[in-house]
Design a protein around this ligand. Structure first.
Ligand SMILES: Nc1ncnc2c1ncn2[C@@H]1O[C@H](COP(=O)(O)OP(=O)(O)OP(=O)(O)O)[C@@H](O)[C@H]1O
Ligand SMILES: C[C@@](O)(CCO)CC(=O)[O-]
Ligand SMILES: [Mg+2]
Length: 389
């Protein structure tokens, strides 16, 4: 098999509304961020398969011959199920159900690599996203893996043109990338809805409902503050906890999920109105109220955290409205800034949040989905990390 070296990136995401409810068939609104994960794949001919994941301090090399036994098992099994994950776990020597970052990332790599690839390589990944903080780092990682293996093996073409620094794939190729990225998410998350990998693949703002992805082509420019409480959490654990709660109290929890669905739909309607009529304070008042209501719902379904309560209180003291984003339980929150929010308020809020020990920054949203790059189009410091191994 002829293998092409390649350099890929995919964005992280913020969920405006619908996290958790989307796993249970409700609408979510999500948007890509300007923070990206970068992956470099280089073929090698010395019979080794190596991954370097410096964000999570994980560096592993296997002999190609060791991996061959797994390839035949995987081809026999065909689909991703508990038995296959168990076998992959045995191979890497983690049989105790451990869910740590390294184990999840290695399992996702192995599954997609063995399914699509099969020869020697080095894969190095570096992300601008905090890992495990609610900004879709697992999806950006899975999207990069899927695109790199599909592109390096010629399953999808290289979209790079000599006169362009970056290339994007056509709809059909993006669908293939997205479907493999979803498999990676299944390994890392257990029961993902697919919204995160869809944003990592297509970028922009999306409405997501039961696997159906509708890009919102006209959206107003929103100013958003992102705050990372730095409280670690696992999406897999939180998603499983919500499921248990729904099973325990269906008649109480299902109406909450329905209400979140209505929040996402109302938010989408307001955002659409904001693109076709003059934006007024009323639009922002509604967006703020929706944020407050949803944050209460997320607490009800059990994915809040004292650090997120503090975030909401600190921003409320400045007249701003916040909610958690992603799986919750710590991690990140979003704060909506109004057009008239002045820089003194923004700077003051950011200082208050940093004084709580949080990271905080104003972000731009709606960046491009998965891309292939010429190395010269990627920031030098990122290339330096990728080329270090
Ligand atoms: N840059 C990376 N390098 C290697 N593995 C990564 C990287 N980014 C994410 N991962 C994998 O994804 C896991 C984090 O996934 P998780 O779904 O818990 O958080 P998230 O995707 O950041 O947040 P959310 O799903 O709420 O948006 C890490 O523990 C690791 O296994
Ligand atoms: C919590 C969740 O809804 C969003 C995580 O970013 C999980 C999912 O949709 O897969
Ligand atoms: Mg994730």
């Amino acid at each position: 098999m002829e293998v092409r070296d390649c350099l890929i990136s995919a964005p992280g995401k913020a969920i405006l509304h619908g996290e958790h409810a989307v796993v249970h068939g409700k609408v979510a609104l999500a948007v890509s961020l300007n923070l990206r994960t970068y992956l470099q794949l280089k073929a090698r001919s010395d019979g080794k398969v190596c991954i370097n994941l410096p964000n999570i301090d994980t560096f592993v090399c296997w002999e190609l011959s060791e991996l061959k036994q797994l390839t035949s098992f995987l081809r026999e099994m065909q689909r991703l199920d508990a038995e296959l994950v168990k076998r992959l776990r045995e191979f890497i020597g983690v049989t105790n159900g451990n869910l740590d970052s390294s184990t999840s990332a290695i399992l996702a790599f192995l599954y997609i690599y063995l399914s699509l690839f099969g020869s020697g390589l080095t894969v190095s990944v570096w992300s601008e996203l905090p890992t495990g903080a609610g900004l879709g780092s697992s999806a950006a990682y899975s999207v990069c893996l899927a695109a790199a293996f599909l592109c390096a093996t010629g399953n999808i073409p290289t979209p790079l043109k000599e006169w362009e620094q970056t290339g994007r794939w056509c709809q059909e190729d993006l669908e293939l990338i997205n479907s493999w990225a979803f498999q990676g998410e299944k390994i890392i998350h257990g029961n993902p809805s697919g919204v995160d990998n869809a944003v990592g693949t297509w970028g922009g703002m999306l409405r997501f409902l039961a696997g159906k992805i509708i890009p919102l082509s006209r959206v107003p420019l929103l100013r958003i503050l992102l705050t990372n409480t730095k409280v670690p959490r696992s999406t897999k654990v939180l998603v499983a906890r919500v499921k248990d709660k729904i099973n325990k109290f269906p008649s109480i929890m299902i109406p909450v999920l329905d209400s979140v669905d209505a929040i996402s739909c109302t938010c989408e309607k307001v955002l659409t109105e904001m693109t076709c009529e003059p934006i007024t304070g009323d639009h922002y008042n509604i967006l703020e109220e929706l944020i407050d209501i949803n944050q209460h719902h997320l607490n009800v379904i059990g994915v809040g955290h004292p650090s997120l309560d503090t975030l909401c209180q600190v921003t409320a003291a400045r007249g701003l409205h916040s909610k958690l984003t992603g799986a919750g339980g710590g991690g990140c929150g979003i704060t909506l800034l109004r057009p008239e929010t002045d820089s003194t308020t923004v700077q003051g809020t950011m200082k208050d949040l940093r004084d709580c020990g949080y990271d905080c920054w104003e972000t731009s949203i709606g960046g491009p989905g998965v891309q292939q790059h010429f190395p010269s189009s990627v920031k030098e410091e990122i290339m330096e990390v990728l080329n270090r191994y």
